[in-house]
Design a protein around this ligand. Structure first.
Ligand code: ARG
Length: 485
């Protein structure tokens, strides 16, 4: 009974709030800066879909920096009095302090971060605050804010990437000389050393971060809604004050383009994809089937039913969460696809894509670091995978032996293929075949072939630049240590 009436009360309450939420507000809300031309308030449903404050409030430092530069310029150009500009700058600094100390209180009328900052400024300094939006639109404002944001986001992601690279490097320094197979098609291929695999991830992340790096160039501020202004603003000054190289050369392009976000986001997506591949390796390596690695307790997860389980959830989530980043990049393009030139509210969705991708990549990098920081490699299991006689990982060494004796590679390939067949039939590795059999497979074989048929020898011989010989790997480790510090 009691439970039922509770439920009914809940239903009544939610009906009430639903009714509240679906009727338009009577009269323009106080503090609503945009609705002068409307007789009544905005419909709550439209208000909800339209507002972006909860998403874009993280750009408060950029928004305030942009406004400070703008106000300074307005004063320098005599568009507002020097005293008014000074008051605006001071007021904006106060607003920044409120954000920094988390005491800023958004109001329902704050549709986005731009409105919130301007509204608060006007509360703080009075009528001068109403001059800030002179010769400016939220269209050029948001385009400027987001570029400033990209610069700091890409820098911070780069720091996380470097941490992950350092974690990989530390493992390469510790266990880099363990011999293990490298795989093609997930079939054992040839012996390499672990350091080579770890360094491959370091290099891959490096390539990704190059794509994700962002340098401020064209400053959109002053493009206003898309058609510039007739007021005598100084776009060079605001560009300079904000650290851009120059003002953007076309006001319409400046407010319409989102390609800078796409550039950085594609770098983030690349990082996400690399981490997903690392995740895939960690899952394989920590399986009993491979047994190459054991994830530490802090980075292992249990099962709700099987008490013995030691699951690599973190690595699996590295794999899966990459889709958040790649799909965000797709979404960013999709939002722009088909838009005519100019600003449309569609473009507001750019930031949800960017922030979601940034958050996902950051979280993934932190987890990758944690997992790499608590992992033990099993040298024996790795070596056993290389030396398993049924794997024939040294077949290419036998072929290269013939090549060194002047045999064309195709001929050598075929001869060794025959040897593998014979060895498989006999249930031995190549090194288990009598020299006789080698000689019948190809007359250029001699007793020295046995010397190249060892995993350590094979790895050591791969001295080619970029190859996995332990000496090479040691050199690369030193190079990366210098670079990463
Ligand atoms: N919140 C908006 C965005 O993120 C700012 C620009 C709004 N401009 C406009 N004309 N409604 O895109």
């Amino acid at each position: 009974m009691a439970a039922r009436s509770k439920k009914a009360a809940k239903r009544r309450a939610s009906k009430k709030t639903a009714a509240k939420r679906t009727s338009p507000k009577k009269g323009a809300a106080e503090g609503d800066l945009l609705r002068g031309r409307f007789a009544g308030g905005i419909h709550p449903a439209l208000d909800r879909i339209n507002r972006s404050y909860d998403t874009d409030c993280r750009m408060w430092p950029q928004d305030i920096a942009g406004s400070i530069a703008h106000a300074t310029m307005l004063g320098a150009q005599g568009i507002v009095s020097k005293a008014a500009a000074r008051r605006m700058v001071k007021g904006l600094q106060k607003v920044a302090a409120e954000f920094a100390s988390r005491t800023f209180k958004p109001k329902p009328s704050d549709e986005d971060i731009h409105m919130a900052v301007e509204r608060r400024l006007t509360e703080l300094i009075g009528p001068d605050g109403a001059r800030l939006h002179t010769a400016r639109s939220r269209n050029d404002q948001v385009a400027t804010d987001v570029r400033l944001y990209l610069a700091s986001a890409s820098e911070s992601i780069e720091m996380y990437v470097q941490q992950t690279q350092r974690a990989l490097l530390a493992l390469a320094e510790r266990d880099g000389e363990y011999v293990l197979p490298f795989y093609t098609h997930l079939q054992r291929a040839q012996p390499v050393v672990l350091g080579h695999v770890l360094l491959a991830y370091i290099e891959m992340l490096e390539r990704d971060i190059v794509t994700a790096r962002y340098e401020l160039d064209d400053c959109p501020l002053g493009s206003c809604a898309g058609a510039g202004t007739s007021l005598p603003i100084d776009r060079r000054l605001t560009a300079k004050l904000l650290g851009f190289k120059r003002p953007s050369p076309n006001s319409l392009e400046a407010v319409s383009s989102r390609s800078d976000i796409a550039r950085v986001l594609s770098g983030f997506a690349a990082i996400g994809v690399t981490l997903s591949r690392l995740g895939a390796d960690l899952v394989l390596w920590s399986s009993r089937e491979f047994g190459f690695a054991r994830l530490g307790d802090s980075v292992s997860t249990g099962s709700s039913i099987m008490p013995q389980k030691r699951n690599p959830d973190g690595a699996e989530l590295l794999r899966a969460k990459a889709t958040r980043v790649t799909s965000a990049l797709g979404r960013l393009f999709e939002v722009q696809r088909g838009l005519p030139m100019g600003y449309f509210k569609d473009l507001q969705e750019d930031k949800t894509a960017l922030f979601e991708a940034e958050d996902a990549v950051e979280e993934m990098l932190e987890v990758a670091c944690a997992m790499l920081g608590d992992i033990a490699f099993d040298e024996q299991r790795m070596r056993a995978a290389v030396e398993d006689p049924s794997g024939y990982l040294l077949a290419t060494e036998a072929a290269d032996f013939l090549v060194r004796a002047g045999v064309p590679f195709r001929e050598a390939h075929e001869a060794v293929g025959g040897l593998v067949r014979a060895a498989e039939k006999a249930g031995v590795g190549l090194e288990g075949l009598p020299l006789e059999t080698f000689r019948t497979a190809h007359k250029k074989f001699d007793a020295n072939v046995m010397k190249v048929l060892t995993a350590d020898g094979a790895v050591k011989a791969r001295k080619v630049f970029g190859g996995p010989s332990p000496a090479n790997v040691r050199r690369q480790v030193v190079r990366w240590r210098k670079k990463l510090g």
